[in-house]
Design a protein around this ligand. Structure first.
Ligand code: PMP
Length: 358
């Protein structure tokens, strides 16, 4: 068996230890005689798995007691609709900061449910995290995307928005470092990048913001009803939930989120230094203080070399480096599960490729 370094943006690499544990427990989870995939979600065994996962996630993120943690389905995209449906509460206006493709989609979806979706900030090109938000103090909420997965643009500080609830799509950054959850009204993240397998979206929402869903909000998107039912209003994504739980335990063994932040910062700095130090052979277009620790897009000086770069990288065990179809070039996603050795292998390959193709 040969495992590659997988730089996919999502679904993405998972820690090898987690995969090994899942493999060991596949046929017989802890003497139950069955796989987690085969268990009733109402049974004692699965309920204990689910509760432990929630407890570990709360511990990792130091989630305050007045927040619910939900394990839902429908992806981050489902939450694009759930947010206006749960938070409008009689208002028709919300502010959206658009600093990349996903924020744009979130605003477009909200437009279906609100008559006044205001764009509070949107740079001409998606190469910086915009400051100077033009906020409406009467908005139901302010939505932004702390890390834009496609463009590799990241906010490195939590913006100040006064009393209006701050809503954050953390799909590609949650668990990459500690965050102060109390600064947010609601946080959500599709699991398939930095958290676990596809099929789950994690929602963290302050208690006072639930219970006011629109009357036509689909029941599965109603946070209050899901919270009441322990995220089991209908059959949850049991196996994904279990794997996320194993990832949380792995994160605790790595020194928690402070430990991850140190490694993630170092990995990103090394890779950006290699790009910036390549004499223009590789370039990253993002403003230095808005560069993502998680998704590192770069282009080659000559796009006609792209195919050779990708096929030689693949032969060297470095996979899924092609950039998103909307921006082209390359993208290395270096989430928690990408070992530092993987980033070093990529840097060595990039230097060698540049030397041979100057
Ligand atoms: N938001 C961000 C920042 C993302 O990166 C993605 C997935 N690439 C999404 C939303 C959409 O997530 P999902 O596929 O889980 O709906």
């Amino acid at each position: 068996m040969a495992r590659v370094y997988n730089f996919s943006a999502g679904p993405a690499a998972l820690p090898e230890e987690v995969l090994q544990q899942a493999s060991d427990e596949m046929l017989d989870w802890q003497g139950s005689g069955m796989s987690v995939m085969e268990m009733s979600h109402r049974g004692k065994a699965f309920v204990s798995i689910a509760e432990q996962a929630e407890a570990d996630l709360r511990e990792l993120l130091a989630v305050p007691d007045n927040y619910k943690v939900l394990f839902l389905q429908g992806g981050a995209t489902g939450q694009f609709a759930a947010i206006p449906l749960n938070l409008a509460n009689g208002k028709d206006s919300a502010d959206y900061v658009v600093n990349g493709s996903w924020g744009k989609k979130a605003a477009k979806e909200a437009n279906k449910y609100l008559s006044d979706v205001r764009i509070a900030a949107q740079p001409d090109s998606f190469t910086e995290a915009p400051g100077n938000w033009n906020l409406n103090p009467g908005a139901a909420y302010v939505h932004y995307t702390p890390n834009e997965t496609i463009e590799g643009v990241e906010f490195h500080n939590i913006p100040e928005v006064g009393d209006v609830p701050l809503v954050a799509d953390m799909s590609s950054t949650l668990l990459s470092r500690p965050i102060d959850v109390s600064k947010f009204g609601m946080i959500y993240a599709g699991a398939q990048k930095n958290i676990g397998p596809a099929g789950l979206v994690i929602v963290i929402v302050r208690d006072d913001l639930i219970g006011n869903a629109a009357s036509d909000c689909p029941t599965v998107l109603d946070w209050a009803q899901q919270a009441e039912a322990g995220s089991m209003l209908n059959t949850p994504a049991c196996y994904s939930w279990y794997i996320c739980g194993l990832v949380f335990q792995w994160l605790k063994r790595q020194g928690g989120l402070a430990g991850m932040a140190e490694v993630n910062k170092r990995k990103a700095e090394k890779l950006y230094a290699a790009i910036d130090g390549s004499g223009g052979f590789y370039t990253n277009p993002v403003a230095v203080d808005s560069r993502s620790w998680m998704n590192v897009p770069f282009v080659l000086k000559d796009a006609s070399l792209d195919d050779a770069f990708l096929s030689e990288a693949k032969a060297a065990g470095l996979e899924t480096l092609k950039g998103h179809r909307s921006v082209g070039g390359m993208r290395a996603s270096i989430y928690n599960a990408m070992p530092e050795a993987g980033v070093e292998a990529l840097i060595a390959f990039m230097a060698d490729f540049a030397t041979r193709n100057q």
